[in-house]
Design a protein around this ligand. Structure first.
Ligand SMILES: [Zn+2]
Length: 391
């Protein structure tokens, strides 16, 4: 992967120039798509957004289009265009139409542009990434350039809630792909690409004891809270910052009244690790937890949601090749590793070289301060077009 076929510098320059001329069209599309609010838990809203994306791509090229239906979240959108070299496996590009913001967020967090930054709910994560994909494709079409590989875009509707419905679609297509690119935003305002991500597991640990009157009958009770508290202290000590392993008891519930020995208590935990073996070994330890009080039972539910995306040598080479393509476009790209997950975790875990963070550069994701950079957006989009063409 480190030696891509030579890209004619004139072709790269013409893609970049065409995209510079599209800044206002890209911005208008971004405003329209940010204006189409699409919270993960509102299927109708996410489907509306996905329909807008489908129409824009249908107008931009001759795609084989399939809608992948999901019952409880937004449908998926699969767009395929064959490449020039049929012997090469496909290039898969992943994006998501859902955001974390409820309907109505726009009323107090409107789309706006100032000082070469765009603000709004989902603007960087990842409406701008979807716009990049559209305009990268349009740039190739306008220049009459045809990618070597078949290009498959897969846009899903449940990434922000763990990709339960779309994981199978993603993995099926990744198995057929030679390379995967992910349109998640780059890290920070510099927009570093992401070459490693932690794996994520989440659990609910429940303790069930015996209720009793705290004054009259204290000894006959068995406190679920006390037992759970001991187990929380035990498992929290399994975090290992040096190895990048974190086990966070993030939510706790239990008991009814202060004068009742608590019969039930539960804790929700988030577990993350860089290495698959660390995630799996802590998963086993959690399942093997033993109650210190025979009258209190423990039950654990949950498990590994996203496997880690380790920085393999194939991913390092893919980054190096991308960095070389980016330099003539005026982008000095760096790579980064992040504790956050994406759909790239699934494809990397299958051993398919995956490069993430190819969307826009920005900051404040999932917050009222979410914004992205507009000055580096057209060149990053030109880079995406070059990758579609050359990989
Ligand atoms: Zn995202």
């Amino acid at each position: 992967m480190s030696s891509l076929p030579h890209l004619d510098p004139a072709a790269a320059a013409s893609l970049a120039a065409w995209l510079r001329g599209q800044e206002s069209a890209m911005l208008a599309c971004l405003e329209d798509w940010v204006g189409c609010e699409s919270p993960s838990l509102d299927k109708a809203a996410v489907d509306r957004m996905s329909e807008r994306v489908a129409q824009a791509f249908a107008a931009a090229g001759d795609f084989q289009m399939r809608r992948l239906s999901a019952s409880e979240c937004g449908d998926g959108l699969d767009l395929f265009a064959p490449g020039a070299d049929l012997s090469l496996p496909e290039l898969l590009i992943l994006g998501h139409c859902d955001t974390v913001y409820p309907i109505g967020t726009l009323a107090h967090q409107p789309f706006r542009v100032s000082d070469s930054l765009a603000w709004g709910p989902g603007v960087m994560d990842m409406k701008a990434g979807l716009v990049s994909a559209l305009f990268a494709w349009r740039a190739l079409a306008a220049s009459g350039l045809r990618p070597r590989r078949g290009i498959r875009f897969l846009f899903t509707g449940d990434e922000e809630i763990g990709s339960r419905a779309s994981r199978g679609w993603i993995e099926d297509r990744a198995r057929r792909a030679g390379v995967v690119l992910v349109l998640e935003p780059g890290l920070g305002l510099e927009g570093h690409l992401k070459t490693a991500r932690k794996g994520i597991a989440s659990y609910t640990l429940r303790a069930r004891g015996r209720a009793a009157h705290a004054g009259v009958d204290f000894e006959s009770g068995a406190s679920a809270i006390v037992e759970l508290a001991r187990r929380i202290v035990e498992i929290a000590a399994w975090s290992d910052p040096a190895r990048g392993v974190s086990l966070n008891p993030g939510v706790i519930r239990g008991g009814t009244r202060s004068n009742v020995v608590a019969a039930e208590a539960e804790v929700e935990c988030d577990l993350r690790a860089w290495q698959p073996a660390d995630l799996e070994s802590l998963d086993r330890r959690l399942r093997g937890l033993v109650s210190g009080d025979p009258r209190v039972s423990l039950e654990i539910t949950g498990g590994i949601n996203r496997p880690p995306m380790p920085r393999t040598s194939a991913i390092a080479s893919l980054f190096a090749a991308t960095r070389a393509l980016a330099l003539p476009l005026g982008l000095a790209l760096e790579e980064s590793a992040t504790g956050g997950g994406s759909d790239g975790n699934f494809t990397a875990a299958l051993g398919v070289p995956t490069l993430d963070g190819l969307g826009v550069a920005g900051a404040g994701a999932h917050s009222p301060q979410e914004h992205c950079r507009l000055d580096t957006w057209p060149p990053r989009t030109a880079l995406l077009a070059c990758l579609l063409l050359m990989l």
